[in-house]
Design a protein around this ligand. Structure first.
Ligand SMILES: Cc1cc2nc3c(=O)[nH]c(=O)nc-3n(C[C@H](O)[C@H](O)[C@H](O)COP(=O)(O)O)c2cc1C
Length: 195
């Protein structure tokens, strides 16, 4: 690992991301996405990585369009993504631009590949972050929708694509850390950095 070339490292980042889509044991399955909130503060949360596209340099995840992050991205689509995989001792920090998919082909395909268990997340009448008096109301509303057609909740479903601008890769090793920067334009610029 320590003697890898920048090209090898770049390919390995995408392999890890690709593995993260399905591998629930990998930290790459749970990227941490930061947006800028409406007061200018960073706003950070974990999501589930749903799809990657190496050639287009895109990562995708699903969310409720009533959520804060959806609103935040509408007003400012600059985002960052962080993953630290302790088993590999690798951190990646991504800067990118987020694009909201709703009522388009990408959105439709994403919904079709969403299983019922995940579709249920979009059935709540309580938009994320609204104040509620009884947490049990969440269970009650979930019980009510059982056996009902989940298709109607597609209205709350959104797919977000992050178009990657740069990746900062850090590999921790006590004999001397390694760090590299990848700038993703039409060409990919690769450089070593001091850790
Ligand atoms: C393991 C884990 C996975 C999550 N996956 C998602 C996800 O894929 N999409 C999502 O919108 N929220 C997901 N969440 C919830 C978010 O972290 C967050 O609490 C919620 O979306 C509200 O965020 P917001 O108010 O910043 O929009 C996940 C949380 C955890 C702990």
């Amino acid at each position: 690992m320590k003697n890898m070339t920048l090209n090898n490292i770049y390919d390995q980042i995408w392999e890890n991301l690709n593995d993260g889509v399905k591998n629930t044991k990998s930290a790459f399955h749970y990227p941490i996405i930061s947006t800028i909130d409406l007061n200018g503060f960073p706003s950070t949360r974990t999501v589930v990585l749903r799809q990657i596209h190496k050639e287009n340099k895109v990562l995708s995840f699903n969310t409720d369009i009533r959520s804060k992050k959806w609103l935040e991205i509408k007003s400012n689509n600059n985002v960052s993504v962080n993953v630290y995989e302790p088993n590999k001792k690798i951190q990646i920090r991504i800067i990118g631009l987020a694009y909201l998919n709703y009522d388009n082909k990408t959105w439709q395909t994403a919904w079709e590949s969403t299983p019922d268990m995940s579709r249920e997340c979009y059935s709540t009448p309580y938009p994320p972050s609204t104040f509620i008096s009884n947490p049990e109301d969440i269970d009650i509303s979930l019980k009510k929708i059982k056996n009902k057609d989940l298709e109607e909740y597609k209205i709350n479903f959104g797919r977000i694509d992050i178009h990657i601008k740069s990746i900062d890769w850090l590999y921790l090793i006590h004999s001397g850390h390694r760090r590299a920067k990848f700038i993703l334009n039409d060409e990919i610029s690769m450089k070593w950095l001091a850790p």
